[in-house]
Design a protein around this ligand. Sequence first.
Ligand code: PEP
Ligand code: MG
Length: 368
Amino acid sequence: QPELSGDFGKLMEWADDLRRMDIRTNADTPSDARAARSFGAEGIGLCRTEHMFFDDGRIHVMREMILAEDEAGRRAALDRLLPMQRQDFTELFTIMHGLPVTIRLLDPPLHEFLPKSEEESREVATAMGMDPAILAQRLDALHEFNPMLGLRGCRLAIAYPEIAEMQARAIFQAAVDAAKATGAAVVPEIMVPLVGLRSEIDYVKGVIDRVASEVTGEAGIRIDYLVGTMIELPRAALQAHTIAEAAEFFSFGTNDLTQTTFGISRDDAARFMTVYQKKGIVEHDPFVSLDFDGVGELMEIAATRGRRTRPKMKMGICGEHGGDPTSIRFCENIGLDYVSCSPFRVPIARLAAAQATIAAKATRMGDA
Ligand code: PEP
Ligand code: MG
C-alpha cells in the first residue's frame, strides 16, 4: 500500500488540523478503498455500483437480468447477483471500519451492458441459450435514442424495483456481517441517483425502508442508515427544499450537473472545449473545474434550499470537481461537509481543503 510519510506526511497532518471539510474517496473496489485509506480518506463518498458488474465473471449475469423477458427472469438473475454484492459491500465496510460509506444504487446508461455489435449479440444469445430473434426483439425494446438522458439512475429503480431491492438487501446484509466482524458500527448511506422529483426519492426510499426492516428483523440487529440523493439535475437543485423532505443527505454530482446545465455531453465535451478555450469563449473546461456562475449557482441554491427544510443536512460533492482545488474552495464557501474524489487525489484534496478554510477565514476577517 502507498503510504504518506516523512515531510509530506507531516504537511498532511498540518493540513488536517486546519481544514473544516472531511475528505472522502470515490471507490468501488477493495484496492481503491485501501489505497484511499492509506492516503487519508475519511470514508467513501461514492461507490458506483454499476462498476462492480463489468468484469467477465459478472457482466453476463447482469445482461441476463437486463435482457430477461419478465420479472421472474430478472429475479432469477438478481438472486445470483445478491451474494456477490453482499460480499462486495462487506469488504468495503470492513476496510472503512466504521467510517461513512455512501453506496449509490445502480446508475448505468443501460447500453453499457448490452452487446455492441451483431457478432457480440450472437455470442450473448449462445451464452444465454436465447433464440437470437428473441434477443433482437429485446434489444429493440431496450433501445434508447439518448441513453444518458434515458432509463438511468432512479428511473431504473422505479421501472424495475427488484434491482433496488436486491442492492438494498445486499447493503443491509453486509452491514450486519461487517458490524459483527469488526465490532465497529456500520451506518450505510444509500444514495439514489439522478433524482429530479421528490416523488422519485419517496418511491425508492419506500423500497429501501421495507428491505431494511426485513433484513434487520431477520438478523435481530439494529442498523442505522441514511437515504439520500445526488443533486445532479437542475430541477433537483431548484427543488432541493422539497427533495430534502425525503432525502437525508445530498451529494452533488457535478459531472451530470455540468452536463445538464450546459446541455453539453460530458463524453464529447473535451473535443470542443479545447477550441472554446483557445478562442476565449470559456476560461476553463467546466467539466474539470466548476463553472461558478451557472453550475455553482445551482449548487448554492440547492444547499440553501435543502438546509431550509433540513438545517443540519449533510452535504458533499462526488463529481470529478471534488478533487479540483478551485472547486474545493467553492465547496468550502457554500458550507459543504465533505468532498469526495478519486483515491490518488485525496492528498491534494486534504491540502486544498485546508487552504480553502484559511482563505475563508481570511475573507471573514477582512470583511469584519
Ligand atoms: C456525477 O454525475 O457527478 C457523478 C458523480 O456520477 P457519475 O459520474 O457516476 O454519473
Ligand atoms: Mg452522475
